[in-house]
Design a protein around this ligand. Structure first.
Ligand code: SAH
Length: 250
C-alpha cells in the first residue's frame, strides 16, 4: 500500500504509475491504489494528487472518476522533471526478510541509483522476492518524493559481480577487517561509485582477497564496532551522500 506523505502534513498523496505520463492524459489506476485513495484517504472525485512515472518526472493530477474497482485520474500539469540520481549502487548480501525490506526502503530514501543483491559464500538467503522488494522500493519512493525509482538488479554471485565490474566505478568495500577511514576515502572522489556490504557472517578470507585485488576496490572501515549488515549499508550510503549526493548547498 502506498505511503501517506509524512511531511508536510496535508501534502498531496503521491503515487507511482508504471505508464508514461503526459499533459491531459487520463490513466486508470489499479485496485490497490484506488482503494488507498478512496477508502484509506477518503478522497472524493475532484481531489488532487501527485503522480510520477520514473520517466517524465512528477505531475499534478485529479481524481476524475471513482469506479467499483479502479479509478480514473486526469493529468493536469507537469510539476518537476525526473531528478538526476547520484550514481551510487548498493551491492549487498541478502539478509532476512524484515531486515532486507528495511534495507531497501532506507537505501531508496537515501537516494541510491541501483540495488544489487549479491550471493556470497556465507549468504544465508539465496533468493530474493523481487516483487516484494519492488513494492517496498515504490512505497519508499512515493513517500520520500523521489521522481525516480532505483533499479533492482537480479541476484548475482560475488564472482560474477567482480569479473564484470566496470573499472571506472569505484567499489567501496566495507571491510570489518580494516580499511581506510570512510570519511576520507569518500571525500576525495568523483564519478560513479558502489558500496559492497557482506552478509551477517562476513566475507570469507578468499572473498576478502578477491575483492581487495580489484583495481576499483577501496576498502573502507566504518568504525571500531562490528555493525550488522543493514546498519553498515545505511551508514556507508549516508556518508557517501553527505559528500556527493547534493546535500551540501553550493
Ligand atoms: N564478520 C562479522 C560480521 C559481519 S557484519 C562477524 O564477526 O560475524 C556484515 C557486514 O557489514 C560486513 O561483511 C561488512 O561489509 C560490514 N561491516 C560491519 N561492520 C563494519 C565495520 N566496522 N567496518 C566496515 N564494514 C563493516
Amino acid at each position: 500500500m502506498p505511503a501517506t506523505p509524512a511531511w508536510p502534513p496535508g501534502s498531496l498523496p503521491r503515487l507511482f504509475v508504471d505508464t508514461t505520463l503526459e499533459d491531459d492524459g487520463e490513466i486508470v489506476i489499479d485496485a490497490a491504489q484506488a482503494n488507498y485513495l478512496v477508502r484509506v484517504l477518503r478522497l472524493k472525485a475532484g481531489a488532487q494528487i501527485k503522480l510520477f512515472d520514473n520517466r517524465t518526472g512528477e505531475w499534478l493530477a485529479e481524481l476524475a472518476h471513482i469506479g467499483k474497482r479502479d479509478a480514473i485520474v486526469r493529468v493536469e500539469g507537469h510539476l518537476r522533471p525526473r531528478e538526476i540520481v547520484p550514481d551510487l549502487w548498493l551491492c549487498f548480501a541478502p539478509i532476512k526478510k524484515g531486515r532486507i525490506d528495511w534495507l531497501v526502503e532506507k537505501a531508496c530514501e537515501l537516494g541510491v541509483a541501483r540495488l544489487v543483491p549479491v550471493k556470497t559464500q556465507r549468504t544465508i538467503v539465496d533468493k530474493v522476492k523481487a516483487t516484494r522488494l519492488q513494492s517496498h522500493i515504490i512505497e519508499a519512493a512515493e513517500q520520500c518524493e523521489r521522481t525516480s525509482l532505483p533499479d533492482l538488479a537480479e541476484i548475482t554471485s560475488l564472482d560474477t559481480l567482480l569479473s564484470n565490474w566496470p573499472e571506472e566505478r569505484r567499489l567501496y568495500y566495507a571491510a570489518e577487517r580494516g580499511g581506510d577511514s570512510v570519511i576520507e576515502a569518500m571525500s576525495d572522489s568523483n564519478g560513479p561509485a558502489a558500496i559492497l556490504i557482506g552478509p551477517e557472517g562476513g566475507f570469507t578470507d578468499a572473498e576478502d582477497e578477491k575483492i581487495r585485488a580489484k583495481e576499483a576496490s577501496v576498502p573502507i572501515s566504518l568504525g571500531p564496532r562490528i555493525l550488522r549488515a543493514d546498519t553498515a549499508a545505511i551508514t556507508a550510503i549516508g556518508i557517501w551522500m553527505a559528500h556527493r549526493g547534493g546535500w551540501i548547498r553550493k
